[in-house]
Design a protein. Structure first.
Length: 338
């Protein structure tokens, strides 16, 4: 089978199209013909060896998101059959409920080979049925970006009609957050560095837009938009440079979902009494469980929601796709067809 292999974790130039032996199906395995994958911000770190000892540094098949169709099942597998369209859960051991240390691990494309190959073996519990209304490419956007936004807004915070949600930027997680917040009947404020992207976000249903470059104190603007009450929920993706503004925007008793570190991973000069005295909930979010992925898929099907796919590259062009993701020009998800 063909696979893209990162020979050494030194960057996209080390990626090579390679001929490998097709995996053999064990009695409890499901063999999937992989059809699509999608890129996530963490992949840019993995490509450069950013996780050091916590990743495979040589001969890694990259990428954690994947979707395809079942081609063969082992004799002990009863819930999948050839032809089934499936999507791989990002945290393969997190079935449902509260996570533990094992549940939040996502080894594919990091410590183990990932999805950028024609055939991959899974255990039956690692897969969910792909929603009928989605293509393989669309399905491949769900496991990381989609489920993270769902887990933050729906599973953990249970947002409701009338809530005000603020989400940062127009990348994968943020646009899913926009779509899920609108689905739940919430009012949405979205930020971006680009006025053109903000117009596109409006056409997806965003109620209020703020350019975070031309309005650096956008937290105050969001506070004003919410009539001085503050927003109920912030989807916090920027980290160091955005947390202070997020705390300015959130209402007393509101939630800041701590998800991303796009601008840095430290707290900086945050005044903790600002969190304490206003009873703000800082909620860490790590993707989500298989149960969440299934529930999200059903909700998307019943509301006809499709992920925002910016572009789709051939497997051989993954290096160009990674460069494009790193450029920040994308709106939504950058995908790979296998
Ligand atoms: N905790 C988890 O489980 C989890 C899961 C998924 C992702 N994440 C993290 O969440 C973050 C976003 O991931 P993603 O996949 O959505 O990334 P992405 O698709 O690459 O989105 C990046 C976008 O974020 C915006 N952005 C960049 N810097 C910003 C800043 N300082 N302030 C506000 N917006 C900024 C930009 O949007 P504009 O071009 O519109 O300005 C950029 O295009 C990453 O840090 C990622 O590692 C965490």
């Amino acid at each position: 089978m063909k696979a893209m292999v990162l020979k050494t974790a030194t960057g996209v130039d080390a990626l090579q199209l390679t001929e490998l032996e097709q995996p053999k199906t064990g009695t409890d395995d499901v063999l999937v013909r992989m059809r699509a994958s999608s890129l996530n911000w963490r992949d840019t770190l993995i490509f450069k060896g950013g996780y050091r000892k916590q990743q495979k540094m040589e001969n890694l098949i990259p990428l954690t998101d994947g979707a395809g169709e079942v081609v063969e099942v082992g004799s002990e597998v009863s819930n999948w059959k050839p032809g089934d369209r499936v999507t791989a859960n990002f945290c393969p051991q997190w079935i449902g409920g509260e996570p533990d240390g094992q549940a939040v691990q996502s080894p594919a494309g990091k410590t183990e080979d990932g999805m950028l190959c024609e055939f991959r073996k899974f255990k039956a519990h690692e897969l969910v049925r792909t929603p009928d209304h989605l293509s393989h490419v669309e399905a491949a956007t769900l496991p990381c970006a989609g489920l993270t936004a769902w887990n933050a807004l729906v599973t953990l915070d249970q947002i409701k009609p009338g809530d005000v949600v603020l989400t940062q930027g127009t990348g994968g997680v943020s646009l899913f957050a926009l779509q899920f917040a609108k689905m739940a009947g919430a009012e949405v404020i979205i930020t971006s560095s680009s006025d053109e992207k903000l117009q596109r976000a409006k056409s997806l249903g965003a109620d209020h837009v703020i350019n975070y470059n031309s309005t650096p104190d956008w937290g105050k603007s969001a506070l004003e938009i919410s009539g001085g009450r503050g927003v109920d929920h912030v989807v916090e993706l920027g980290g160091t440079q955005t947390l202070k503004q997020s705390l300015m925007a959130v209402r007393p008793g509101g939630t800041v979902s701590m998800i991303g570190v796009l601008s840095g991973a430290t707290f900086g000069d945050i005044l903790l009494p600002f969190v304490v005295s206003r009873q703000v909930r800082l909620q860490g979010v790590t993707v989500g469980s298989r149960q969440g992925l299934e529930t999200m898929g059903r909700a998307m099907a019943s509301h006809g929601i499709k992920p925002v796919v910016d572009s789709s590259y051939a497997m051989q062009d993954t290096a160009a796709a990674m460069d494009y993701l790193a450029s920040g020009r994308h709106f939504g998800k950058v995908c790979i067809e296998i």
